[in-house]
Design a protein around this ligand. Structure first.
Ligand code: MN
Length: 215
């Protein structure tokens, strides 16, 4: 998919989002989870692979409880630089405000060196069963993204992109058996929460200035 669809959906004269070119980390693959208040609040889960960020929108956010199967809708690849993006998206596709909720490195389950990990992860993605270990601040340990079978699979049997997936925590030392809500793991004074307290939602459609860097 590369970045064509990402670029097609955006006017970079109007959005502060990075235009970006394919780029890779030096020694470890990276992941980011962005919290995004658009028409609804959701989380964007992104894994670096082959120079871009493979991306899923997770309406309920990730969970550390293995019993939760969180719907994750695969969306277009985002540029590598998007992992550092936080701020206001003034209008058009995905308009709203974005903050970085969690980030870190990630690898295949064997914690292979980067090129081997990338190869294993790519195979998993294409097979619709992607297993990986996250080394984040909030999200740690093993997870899986499992693709749900859908109508489009019949139309495009060799295309694993898009569609509905489930994000599931594996049972390991970082898993919890308690109810988990990613909102409870979000500081009350996070950039989005502060912004929402100070601004009326209709202002989301207008350009605004907000500190670009999430804490
Ligand atoms: Mn989003």
């Amino acid at each position: 998919m590369a970045l064509e669809l990402y670029k097609k959906k955006r006017n970079f004269k109007e959005t502060p989002e990075p235009e970006g070119t394919p780029k890779s980390s030096k020694s470890k693959l990276e992941f980011v989870v962005q919290r995004h208040k658009a028409s609804s609040l959701h989380y964007d889960f992104r894994l670096e692979m082959d120079g871009v960020l493979k991306s899923w929108a997770v309406p309920k956010g990730p969970s550390l409880n293995p019993k939760d199967k969180r719907l994750a809708m695969m969306v277009e690849d985002h540029p590598y630089d998007y992992k550092d993006f936080a701020g206001i998206i003034p209008s058009g596709y995905g308009a709203g405000i974005v903050e970085v909720w969690d980030h870190g490195t990630y690898a295949d389950l064997e914690n292979s060196e980067m090129k081997t990990a990338e190869k294993n992860l790519r195979s998993g993605l294409h097979a619709g069963s992607l297993k990986f270990t996250l080394f984040g601040k909030k999200l740690k340990g093993e997870f899986a993204l499992v693709k749900l079978k859908g109508k489009q699979d019949n139309a495009r049997p060799n295309d694993s992109s898009g569609g509905a997936w489930l994000l599931i925590k594996h049972n390991d030392e970082y898993a919890t058996s308690e109810d988990y809500n990613s909102e409870d793991d979000t500081p009350q004074n996070s950039p989005i929460n502060k912004w929402l307290a100070e601004n009326k939602p209709e202002k989301l459609s207008k350009p605004s200035t907000v500190k670009k860097k999430a804490s």
